[in-house]
Design a protein. Structure first.
Length: 86
């Protein structure tokens, strides 16, 4: 059980489209550990192009898991519903 769940530290490199997060954990015993996760991201148009290149046809785009409309400024999520082309 962690006394302090984690403290995130993030570095963003827009040129690489990369976010590097370091999470520092502290257990109740005082033991500490760190974990580094690298997240890569793509813009909506790039994701659409990747799906197309992989043989998928995008049928719908959503901004949430309940089917909310995607809004580039407001949505926390970008979800594509896609089907493999025949």
């Amino acid at each position: 059980m962690c006394h302090q769940p984690y403290t995130p530290h993030a570095q963003v490199d827009a040129a690489k489209r990369e976010i590097v997060c370091t999470y520092d954990f502290e257990a109740e015993s005082g033991e500490r550990a760190s974990q580094v996760n690298t997240h890569h991201y793509a813009l909506p148009g790039q994701l659409h192009a990747m799906l197309d290149a992989a043989g998928f046809e995008v049928e719908a785009t959503f901004g949430g898991f309940e089917g909310e409309a995607y809004d580039e400024e407001e949505s926390d999520h970008l979800i594509f519903a896609a089907r493999l082309r025949d």
